[in-house]
Design a protein around this ligand. Structure first.
Ligand code: PNS
Length: 164
């Protein structure tokens, strides 16, 4: 267990898929910086501040050592952010095969941009391999039950967005 990893993503919102990756990541890394992409181009349901707050609350709900998880936001190139934060590792979760090509492309592009930063993948827990923020939002919007799919602190905020 050593080193700092950056766990980047949109986290709109954080799901139980993300928290299980985070939990596994803590077995391998001393500290994980969960970095929310601050990207005006992408239409998001939650503001970056809301997403960061939900990640902090979910990490606390997981019982994680607060000294080992930091929540931050970034814009610009991920490898530049990782370097500024002295992180040599980018942590990503892998779910179904469908994730693979996109992740392979990103990992190789990031390696091309900065060969000193390695991307490390953790396989998603099979209980959550079908959980994606976009699907969770759609199901919640349509009134479906997502209570098992998101961390406890996220549920009321998600339902409030859709007046449920
Ligand atoms: O949760 P997501 O939306 O799959 O996360 C995607 C993310 C944030 C990892 C990716 O879009 C990203 O790294 N954006 C930052 C811009 C960048 O560095 N682009 C070049 C990498 S291919």
């Amino acid at each position: 267990m050593r080193g700092i990893a950056v766990y980047p993503g949109s986290f709109d919102p954080i799901t139980k898929g993300h928290t299980t990756i985070l939990q596994s990541g803590l077995v391998a890394f001393e500290k994980i910086i969960v970095a929310v992409l601050n990207n005006d181009k992408k239409e998001a349901l939650f503001s970056v501040a809301e997403r960061m707050e939900m990640i902090r609350e979910s990490a606390a709900d997981m019982g994680a050592d607060p000294g080992r998880i930091e929540v931050d936001s970034f814009d610009g190139l991920l490898v530049g952010y990782a370097q500024r934060r002295n992180a040599r590792v980018i942590l990503r979760g892998l779910r179904a095969v469908a994730d693979f090509e996109y992740e392979l492309q990103m990992a190789n592009m990031n390696r091309h941009l900065n060969p000193e930063v390695e991307t490390v993948f953790i396989m998603a827990n099979d209980a959550y391999f079908y959980v994606a923020s976009n699907l969770v939002k759609e199901v919640a919007r349509l009134g479906g039950n997502v209570s098992d799919l998101v961390p406890v602190p996220v549920l009321p905020r998600l339902l409030a967005k859709f007046d449920k």
